[in-house]
Ligand binder design. Structure first.
Ligand code: A3P
Length: 297
């Protein structure tokens, strides 16, 4: 829970040069990027900065419970947030600290959100997907409107030191996978399992490289491989530091944060009519925002 007083107090929250903020609209891959950033800074860990889990290591700016040490934490401090620019600390505008913004295509985002409402006990359980879709499009969900969130961050991007990434950037693109596989198959005679192992983490790899370069971290090849391995869906699901299963069951049903982790799951929930209606709204609201999403794999 947060309070209006806490949100107001964030305006004057003192920013340090080495602070890192991960900003997302809910259900856009926050805990995934949170894990990647936490791992990028793992080598710096001292007794003081080894935390039990990623929530402790990279706490929510707007949910301060149990984190009274925001001010006294050593640098680099890592924070996650779903806030829009207007509610973020004013000091961020000096481009002192870094912001990693992760966006996800809104069709998969709304489906992920819909399922999450069934798992997170303090959220109202929607009666149907149709009902939730209408609320989502109207911005009547926690975190307000997906469209406004993206628009505001994109419009104000020059005021911040910010890296925009998409969830889809971090997942394998099937077209690239097939083309790359064919090349490797012919050139090097690799077998199928070797191909999968070689090719699959490629997009995750470029996302990790992009994030670490933006954060000014020079990663060794071994560290890069370690982070990629720890950040795959399968491994994160097993990782008690990263999978949020440490949350009590009266707050979140076990195993529900890492649900499917794929691109294109929206097709299992959207009807043809819902899809057409969504496309119209999307085209209208996003016509001047040059964000390109991958919708299918
Ligand atoms: P799904 O519900 O579609 O599976 P957030 O952390 O912002 O709440 O986002 C949660 C979404 O990110 C969930 O999507 C979850 O499965 C997905 N996710 C988390 N870790 C992931 C990973 N390592 N690989 C792919 N998707 C991941």
């Amino acid at each position: 829970m947060t309070t209006a007083e806490h949100i107001d107090s964030l305006q004057s929250f003192e920013i340090r040069e080495r602070d890192v903020f991960l900003v997302t609209y809910p259900k856009s891959g926050t805990i995934w990027a949170q894990n990647i950033i936490a791992l990028i800074f793992e080598l710096d860990d001292t007794d003081e900065t080894i935390y039990e889990n990623n929530l402790e290591k990279m706490p929510w700016l707007e949910y301060p419970e149990g984190h009274s040490d925001y001010v006294s934490r050593p640098s680099p401090r890592l924070f996650a947030s779903h806030l829009t620019p207007a509610l973020m600390p004013r000091g961020l505008k000096g481009k002192k600290a870094k912001i990693v913004y992760v966006a996800r295509n809104p069709k998969d985002n709304v489906v992920s959100y819909f399922h999450f409402c069934h798992a997170w006990t303090s959220l109202e359980t929607p009666k149907s997907f149709e009902e939730f879709l209408q609320q989502y499009l109207a911005g009547n969900v926690g975190g307000s409107s997906w469209f406004d969130h993206i628009r505001e961050w994109h419009t104000h991007r020059d005021e911040y030191s910010i890296l925009f990434l998409t969830y889809e950037d971090m997942v394998m693109n099937l077209f690239e996978f097939i083309s790359f596989s064919i090349i490797l198959l012919y050139l090097y005679g690799l077998t199928l399992p070797m191909l999968v192992a070689t090719v699959l983490p490629q997009d995750l790899r470029s996302a990790v490289v992009k994030i670490s370069q933006f954060l000014g971290r020079d990663l060794s090849e071994a560290m890069l491989t370690h982070i990629i391995e720890k950040a795959t869906f399968k491994n994160m699901k097993k990782d008690p530091k990263a999978n949020y299963e440490f949350l009590p069951e009266d707050l979140l049903q076990k195993g529900k944060f890492l649900r499917k982790g794929i691109i294109g799951d929206w097709k299992n929930s959207f009807t043809v009519a819902q899809n057409e209606m969504f496309d119209q709204v999307y085209q209208e609201k996003m016509k001047d925002i040059p964000f390109k999403f991958i919708w299918n794999i």
